[in-house]
Design a protein. Sequence first.
Length: 300
Amino acid sequence: PVMSKVLVAVLLGHGVAGNQLTIKRAKPEAQVCNQPRGSPYKVKATAKCAHGYKGTAEVTFCSSTAEQGEPSFELAGCVPETCTTPQLPGYDFTEHDLTIPDFNVQAKCDIGYTGKATVGKCSSDMSPFFVSGCVPVQCSQPEDTTGYVLVESSLRIPDFEVSVSCDTDFYSEGALPLAKPCDSTGERYKLSGCQPKTCLKPVGTEAYVLHEHSLTKVDFNVDVFCAPKYTGNAETKVCEEHANAYTVSGCVPEVCTPAYGHAKRGYVVEEHSKERPSFHVTVTCAAGYQPCKGGPKASV
């Protein structure tokens, strides 16, 4: 009776990797090499490249080293298909092998990205391998932005872009104002470089009692009162520029009134200053009067 059998094998040994071999056995028509004595079959072989390989498979039938009864084939022509590296931002790749059969690539999220990188081999020759899992770090605005004027173009890293300038009543000294990106998603970026403009205490304030709570322009707070021997409505005014003195006004010296009539009789009075802080009045006895104990004097 006529017999037929089809055997399919993917041979992975030296010289045959990637070749898919089909062996057909049918009723013999002629003698073939290494065929068992008395066998009623002839052997023919065809091959094609296995999955993950490309090329044109070539079969050399019946090598001289084949054992009796076991047909031997030498296969060639197939090479591994290869993946390419995807051009995606946010990943750091370590590529050990880009061929599909032995694909071995490790990945992690690049600086400025977060997540868990996942890698998979490509589906066809010279196409990018698959990668996913990393997303840009997203910063948040600081809770306190006092003193800064911000223009937020992008809060995502690595495209972080925030322009910074100092607000009114603030100034930068040395380094320019700066926005520093955060390190991980949800964190707030940091601001630096702007300081509040500050007033100085004025000189010549003997007419005033001052209680300085804050000398910054943005929250200037100084309590002021007229000092003893002074009178008026005390006021303060914040400075115009950084490191200038604030101003005080409204207090004037109290002025004494001279003695009149009977109180002045018997005295010669010279009034140099009737203001209490600088009071200066000299007194001598008039003609026909003599000084009492301690001598004549004028007091406030």
